[in-house]
Design a protein around this ligand. Structure first.
Ligand SMILES: Nc1ncnc2c1ncn2[C@@H]1O[C@H](COP(=O)(O)OP(=O)(O)OP(=O)(O)O)[C@@H](O)[C@H]1O
Length: 266
């Protein structure tokens, strides 16, 4: 069976500028490979600066790998073809709510992607936007609202609507729900699980929360200083972790203890 997503040895180096001198090369991500099936959810965990966002950006096409390849449904993705990528893989960023245009109605903002990626007429676009609003639990009236007229939870639903409007295969979310109030976060996560079931979308999300990861993820990838140190099913990593870091990241009590320990040492 062809995997939905196959990542072959992608890596990322940055050249740090030092005035006129040739800069230092920073390795943000050492070559990593993994795969994901249709409808699966992958959580990426790791310490700060370990390369989690870099993986998310490379998969979503927001950045180009220094080397390596990404395959979707057995076809190699061209790292420079953003148009092709954004149909199949959509990203929800950390501050996605701030990316909503305050001067455009929700309907207009959601129609943008359809204008550029389909040859539908206005009526077809409007119909599809209304269906998408309903999928994320918003009302037809919200089509005419401006972002400031919505609550934080509703704005996050608009961001999810924007991510699913082209019916992508994969959604990549980089700490997208961290700023939300816990009760709204729970609603948004349940919405994502429902969408996954209805639309068969795969999710890749970066998270520091062991509770969310255990609740949502089928597979977990653990990063440490730009290296993938562990990748496997959630079940395997919870019950038989191979690294102390995996154990710490997946056990909130241990994580809290470690954080307290670090703070008291500072
Ligand atoms: N544009 C860039 N130029 C230079 N270095 C970068 C750039 N982007 C990321 N890095 C470096 O690459 C490494 C990995 O960064 P990345 O943002 O992927 O980490 P992360 O695990 O997502 O961290 P966090 O949890 O803090 O978001 C870090 O050392 C970071 O400083």
């Amino acid at each position: 069976m062809t995997k939905l997503l196959e990542v072959h040895a992608i890596c990322k180096y940055y050249q740090q500028k030092q005035g006129w001198l040739p800069g230092r090369r920073i390795c943000a991500l050492e070559p990593i490979s993994f795969s994901l099936n249709k409808g699966e959810t992958l959580a990426i965990m790791g310490e700060t600066g370990s390369g989690k966002s870099t993986i998310a950006k490379l998969i979503a096409g927001a950045d180009v790998p220094s080397n390596g390849e990404i395959w979707l449904h057995g076809k190699r993705l061209d790292p420079h073809n953003y148009r092709q990528r954004c149909r199949d893989i959509r990203m929800i960023f950390q501050d996605s709510m701030r990316s909503l245009n305050p001067q455009l109605t929700i309907g207009k903002q959601l129609s943008e992607a359809l204008k550029f990626n389909t040859n539908w007429n206005l009526a077809q676009q409007t119909e599809h936007v209304l269906q998408t609003l309903s999928k994320v639990g918003l009302l037809p009236d919200h089509y005419h609202f401006y972002p400031h007229m919505l609550s934080t939870g509703q704005q996050q639903r608009v961001c999810i609507a924007r991510a699913i409007i082209l019916e992508p295969q994969i959604i990549v979310a980089d700490e997208a729900f961290v700023a939300l109030d816990p009760s709204i976060r729970a609603q948004i996560i349940n919405l994502i699980l429902d969408l996954q079931e209805d639309m068969g979308i795969s999710f890749i999300f970066v998270s520091h929360s062991p509770e969310i990861v255990k609740h949502v993820a089928d597979k977990i990838l653990i990063m440490h200083r730009g290296k993938m140190i562990e990748f496997g099913t959630t079940e395997a990593l919870i019950h038989n972790p191979q690294h102390q870091l995996t154990r710490m990241l997946l056990q909130s009590e241990l994580l809290n203890k470690a954080l307290k320990h670090t703070t008291t040492q500072e």
